[in-house]
Design a binder for this molecule. Sequence first.
Ligand SMILES: [Zn+2]
Length: 184
Amino acid sequence: MEDNKFCTGCGKPLEPGMQFCPQCGKVVSGSQTEEEMKKEAKEFGKALLDVRRSWLLFFLGIYAIPAIIAAAIALADAPAAASAIWSSTEFQDWLVSHGYHFTQMDIQNYFTTGASLALASGICALISFICVYLRKYWIIAVAACAIASVLCFWSIFGLFIGIMVTFMIVGAKDGFVDTAAPAE
Ligand SMILES: [Zn+2]
């Protein structure tokens, strides 16, 4: 780095080897001090991404794991749940009073569809979690998180958090090792 002859802040002439301008105190550009400050800024940026990554893993994990477990249980339990609701007199009365013509199978399908959506959403969130954890395939991480959010449309809260996390992943893409991979 060649020494700057004049301060970039105030224009005062500088002596060779000066780290700070004696007039305004600005760090001389190209000086060793400036290089060190740049390095520190870079390390700070990396630390910030690490913190954000922890939050991403927290959000994705806290959603994916319970969603998959609950959905798997609901899926396995759908016939029993449908049967239990079907056999309740309150439900039969409710059907008659509203003039609905559901069958027990319709109810079971309703449960199965809901649980399948939740399962797919949870699995997508898990895929995103794994990508964020590995710091790899950020595009897949973003896409999987977006799909998980959309599949969570039945919960405005889940949809909102999902979209927020999706944007957080996009913002943290510099923290992935393959940021140079072909993007959109
Ligand atoms: Zn100056």
